[in-house]
Design a protein around this ligand. Structure first.
Ligand SMILES: [Zn+2]
Length: 377
């Protein structure tokens, strides 16, 4: 084993020289940052427009590759061979068709527009978190961020026994690989959506990016004991995480109804953050027992409280407090060192601690109104 490590360190200088040589031969390729025409959100009420954005982290536009990862496709079911996700094998560059020159481009077909939109949304999530708090800059936290794959129209069975494949959805997935964890953003094919296709809904993709932030700033800091929690504790964490992701999706789009731009009529404003919600006794029971549990239900209550806190104290201030909260949650909840019991009370108290005394009492009232009535605490 020692010999293998030595051999690697001998190889490294030659490898980097070789790569430097390659780079100098490919000066004709457009490198970032680049200006790109995308479909972008411009405010509440599902307002989108086509406009130019600067993709600041792109390194190679023809491969849609940059500091945050690479947009790819894969013609196979991602679980048909374990090497696909564990080793990142079999992924292909998109057949990208762009018009433009130098550093300004526009996609020429829907497939290309979708590809650039996926990268744009992930970059939007990256700068949202980084600008609120440098501690949430995943480029400093994730050593292999560039290897993240953004899979366009991924093919994945939604149940190992079923013939059905995921569609009209998106996911963040971390897979243990031979050389450490591999990160994926999966965009599934659009089949039933007739309004805003998912790949153009940057709120949905920033929601997935927020899951990656939670993975690195919280889950990775849980101790081994803190990884085997009770059903009730795990369900509470899952619900809060969905709400956390929805709140940052709102911050990115400035549209509390971002979800319903792609899923209109999905419940009566069920995921619209500006609709006030309270945890119901049925939801409390399903969180505690796991029966009929859907993490998005409790999550939408948590997100609506965050929206109300943000309306009261300022959304930037609340967003910053939530990054402090998530960054400190493993130690605040006791999960950094031991197995603890997590309920909404623990989460509220950790958030109030991150908010500080200036805003704590207002936030406490809002939490109480949404979670206290049904015995959520
Ligand atoms: Zn989610």
């Amino acid at each position: 084993m020692k010999n293998r490590i030595l051999a690697k360190s001998w190889l490294a200088p030659f490898l980097s020289l070789f790569l430097l040589g390659l780079a100098s031969c490919s000066q004709q390729l457009p490198f970032g940052p680049v200006n790109m025409m995308v479909i972008q959100p411009v405010g509440p009420g599902c307002q989108y427009e086509i406009g130019t954005v600067s993709l600041q982290t792109i390194e190679n536009i023809s491969e849609l590759r940059g500091l945050l990862g690479r947009v790819v496709s894969n013609p196979n079911d991602l679980e048909s061979d374990p090497n696909i996700l564990q080793m990142g094998l079999g992924f292909q560059s998109l057949d990208l068709r762009l018009s433009g020159a130098q550093n300004s481009f526009a996609p020429l077909d829907k497939n290309s527009l979708l590809g650039v939109s996926l990268y744009y949304a992930i970059e939007k999530g990256h700068f949202l978190f980084k600008n609120l708090d440098p501690a949430a800059d995943l480029l400093s936290v994730v050593s292999n961020m560039k290897e993240t794959l953004l899979v366009q129209n991924a093919i994945l069975k939604n149940n190992s026994d079923a013939k059905d494949f995921y569609s009209d959805n998106a996911a963040y997935v971390q897979v243990p690989g031979n050389e450490g964890p591999r990160n994926y953003f999966l965009h599934f094919p659009n089949e039933g959506i007739t309004s805003l296709p998912l790949g153009f809904n940057s709120g949905v993709l920033v929601h997935e990016y927020a899951h990656m932030v939670v993975q690195y700033l919280f889950h990775n800091k849980r101790s081994e004991a803190g990884k085997t929690l009770s059903t009730s504790s795990e369900n509470t964490l899952a619900a809060f995480e969905e709400g956390f992701a929805d709140y940052f999706a709102f911050l990115a789009t400035n549209d509390p109804g971002f979800f319903h731009c792609s899923f209109p009529g999905n419940g009566s404003g069920g995921r619209d953050l500006s609709h006030r919600k309270t945890l119901t006794p049925t939801e409390v029971t399903s969180i505690k027992t796991g029966i009929d549990f859907d993490s998005h239900d409790g999550g939408s209550v948590w997100a609506s409280v965050q929206y109300q806190i943000g309306e009261s104290i300022g959304h930037q201030e609340n967003g910053r407090s939530l990054i402090r909260f998530i960054n400190n949650l493993a130690s605040c909840s006791g999960l950094a060192s031991a197995q603890a019991s997590i309920n909404f009370d623990v989460l509220r108290n950790c958030h109030l601690q991150a908010l500080g005394s200036a805003y704590g009492s207002r936030a406490q009232q809002l939490y109480q109104g949404a979670f206290g009535a049904a015995g959520g605490f």
